[in-house]
Design a protein. Structure first.
Length: 345
C-alpha cells in the first residue's frame, strides 16, 4: 500500500474536490457574458431560451434519478467480506414497462415543444420591417439593406422593436451567422439563400461571430449588432445614404495626401468601393463610411488611426490568410491613408 508518498485522507480529498467544484460553479456565475444565449434580448431568442430551460430541467430530473439509483446501488450492494452476492433482477415486467414508458414520456415532453418552437421561428416573419441581405466572406460580413440602398460591413444597425428580416448567403464557403443574445445560429451556404428573423427589444451593442469553421481566420470573423432607438437608426441610415463626405479638417495635409495614395499608388480602389468616387472594387468591404465604424477587420481592431495604419501595412499580421494585399506603403504613407479613411464618416 505505501509508496513513500504522504497520503491525503479520503474525506480530505472529497472536501478538496467539493471546494474545487463549488468554486468553478460560482466563478461561472460572475462576469458580463456579452455572448450568452442565456440572456435573450429578442422574441426569437426568448423562444429558444425557454425551450432550452424546459429541456434543461428534464435533463436534470433524469440525471438525479439515474445517478441517485447508481449511487444507492454502489453503496448498498458493494462487496463486503462474507456477504452473499446480490440477487440480479430478471424478467420483472413492471420494471421493464416502467423504464420503457418513462423515457418515451420524457421524449414527448421534449420533442413536442421542440417541434413547436422550430416551426415558429422557421416560418417567415409576420412583419418584415427591416430587410437586410447578409453575405458571408472569408473573413468579414457584408450587410446590404435593399430597401434603403445601404451597404456596410461588420456592424449591423437595426431599430429596436422592429422585425429584422435577414436573407443570408455566402460568397465563398459555409459560414454561420450568430448573435447569441438575439437569434439562433443560421448557416450561410454557397448557392443558397437562408432566412433568419428577430425582433430586438433592447437598445445596445451586442457582439456576434461566425459560428462555423470557415478557414484560417475563422476565429477573427466577428461582428457587432447595434440596436438603436428609431431616431438614431434613421440618423445613421441618412448618413450612410450620403455619398462619401470627408469631414475635411480645414485642408488637413494628412487627409489629402492619403486620398491621393488611396486612389493612386496605393491600389486600394481595385478592391474597395467608396460611393461617389471612382473607387468601385467589390472584393473588400465598402469603405464609403468606414470612418463611422467602431471597429475594422470584422470586429478585430478598434477603428483608430494607429490600428488602421497597422492594418493597411500588415493585414496578414492581424488576420492570417485574408484576401487584402499588403500594398507596400511606408508607415508614414499608411498613416496618411488611415487619416483619409477616418475622415469618411
Ligand atoms: C486585393 C484586394 C484588396 C486590396 C488591394 C486592398 N484591400 Fe482592403 N480589404 C480587402 C479585404 C478582402 C478586406 C476584408 C478583410 C477581412 O476583414 O477579412 C479588406 C479590409 C479593409 C479594411 C477594413 C474595413 C472594415 O470595415 O473592416 C480597410 C480599412 C481596408 N481594407 C483598407 C484598404 C486600403 C487603404 C487599401 C490600399 C492601401 C486596401 N484596403 C487594399 C481587400 C483589399
Ligand atoms: Cu465564417
Amino acid at each position: 500500500m505505501t509508496d513513500g508518498r504522504p497520503r491525503v485522507p479520503g474525506h480530505r480529498r472529497i472536501l478538496m474536490f467539493a471546494a474545487l467544484a463549488i468554486a468553478s460553479v460560482v466563478a461561472a456565475c460572475g462576469g458580463d457574458f456579452p455572448q450568452s444565449s442565456l440572456r435573450p434580448l429578442s422574441d426569437v431568442a426568448r423562444e429558444i431560451d425557454s425551450l432550452f430551460r424546459g429541456i434543461f430541467w428534464w435533463a436534470m430530473a433524469v440525471l438525479v434519478v439515474v445517478e441517485g439509483a447508481l449511487i444507492v446501488a454502489i453503496i448498498r450492494f458493494r462487496e463486503r467480506p462474507g456477504a452473499p452476492k446480490p440477487r440480479p433482477v430478471h424478467g420483472h415486467t413492471l420494471l421493464e414497462i416502467g423504464w420503457t414508458l418513462a423515457p418515451a414520456i420524457i421524449l414527448i415532453f421534449i420533442g413536442v415543444p421542440t417541434m413547436i418552437t422550430l416551426w415558429r421561428i422557421d416560418r417567415p416573419p409576420e412583419r418584415s420591417e427591416v430587410r437586410v441581405e447578409v453575405v458571408g466572406h472569408q473573413w468579414w460580413w457584408e450587410f446590404n439593406y435593399p430597401d434603403l440602398g445601404i451597404t456596410t460591413a461588420n456592424e449591423l444597425h437595426v431599430p429596436v422593436g422592429k422585425t429584422v428580416d435577414l436573407r443570408l448567403r455566402s460568397a465563398d464557403v459555409i459560414h454561420s451567422f450568430w448573435f447569441p443574445r438575439v437569434a439562433g445560429k443560421r448557416d450561410l451556404v454557397p448557392g443558397r439563400v437562408n432566412q433568419l428573423w428577430f425582433t430586438p427589444d433592447s437598445v445596445g451593442v451586442y457582439p456576434g461571430q461566425c459560428a462555423e469553421f470557415c478557414g484560417t481566420s475563422h476565429a477573427l470573423m466577428a461582428m457587432r449588432l447595434h440596436v438603436e432607438a428609431e431616431e438614431d437608426f434613421e440618423r445613421w441610415a441618412e448618413q450612410q445614404l450620403r455619398e462619401a463626405v470627408e469631414i475635411e479638417e480645414a485642408g488637413d495635409p494628412l487627409v489629402s495626401v492619403g486620398r491621393d495614395l488611396f486612389f493612386g499608388a496605393g491600389g486600394c480602389i481595385s478592391c474597395h468601393q467608396i460611393r461617389g468616387t471612382v473607387a468601385a472594387g467589390v472584393l473588400g468591404p465598402d469603405l464609403t463610411h468606414v470612418g463611422g465604424r467602431e471597429t475594422i477587420a470584422a470586429g478585430v481592431l478598434e477603428n483608430t488611426l494607429d490600428n488602421l495604419a497597422f492594418w493597411i501595412n500588415e493585414p496578414h499580421e492581424v488576420k492570417p490568410g485574408n484576401l487584402m494585399l499588403d500594398m507596400g506603403l511606408t508607415d508614414e504613407q499608411a498613416r496618411h491613408v488611415a487619416a483619409y479613411l477616418l475622415s469618411l464618416e
